[in-house]
Ligand binder design. Structure first.
Ligand SMILES: Nc1nc2c(ncn2[C@@H]2O[C@H](COP(=O)(O)OP(=O)(O)OP(=O)(O)O)[C@@H](O)[C@H]2O)c(=O)[nH]1
Length: 188
């Protein structure tokens, strides 16, 4: 069994504070585009959010809040996902990558080798929020967060996470941070 977690609990400051996952793209909330491509790859999807919980729950999906208050960043959402998962392995994706690879999970799974985690790269940049990880790293993550550390890439280095290249589909990582990004999508 594999649990999928959509990370949708950020502040969306570059989106003017408007919840990014709920912004409309082609008439559908951004997170729903992600869900369409993600759901067939996992057994269950959980939404990790910090506000507008009722809107996310309307999708019928289990929606959880971070245990670390105050928008602690993606690692806090990953932590909440690891706590909530019923499976040993969890795969996380951000709510703002509507073209995410359809073979994301298969390739992360193959690329992790014997490591407890694997994350995507587009051949140039790392995309650490597209991440497969084993629940056995929960304790380490909890210690890390409790010490006030928030840097996702640094944590992934500590647990020896493997990068997995998706250089053949770099466009799949296009994401949305500003209202202009959303407008651009409709014209391209
Ligand atoms: N659960 C959870 N998810 C988060 C948190 N911070 C960011 N995310 C998610 O992680 C992904 C990447 O976040 P960013 O785009 O870097 O940050 P953001 O806060 O959403 O947006 P900015 O404020 O504009 O940087 C997005 O899918 C966010 O929704 C958090 O504190 N908790």
């Amino acid at each position: 069994m594999l649990t999928g977690v959509i990370l949708a609990g950020g502040q969306s400051s570059r989106m003017g504070g408007q919840d990014k996952g709920l912004q409309l793209l082609a008439g559908e909330p951004l997170y729903k585009h992600v869900l369409t491509r993600f759901l067939p790859q996992v057994d269950e999807v959980i939404i990790s959010a910090n506000r507008n919980i009722a809107s996310y729950r309307r999708s019928g999906l289990r929606t959880i809040r971070d245990q670390y208050e105050g928008f602690a960043g993606p690692l806090a959402g990953i932590h909440a996902g690891l706590q909530a998962a019923k499976s040993e392995w969890v795969v996380c994706v951000p709510c703002d990558v509507p073209a995410l690879p359809l073979d994301l999970v298969t390739r992360l799974w193959a690329g992790k080798s014997d490591a407890p985690a694997a994350y995507a790269t587009d051949g140039v940049r790392s995309h650490p929020t597209l991440l497969l990880l084993h629940t056995r790293v929960s304790g380490m993550l909890e210690d890390y967060l409790r010490q006030g550390d928030r840097k996702l890439m640094l944590f992934l280095e500590r647990i020896n996470a493997r990068p997995v290249s998706f250089a053949d589909q770099a466009d799949a990582f296009r994401n949305f941070n500003t209202p202009e990004d959303l407008k651009q999508w409709s014209v391209t």
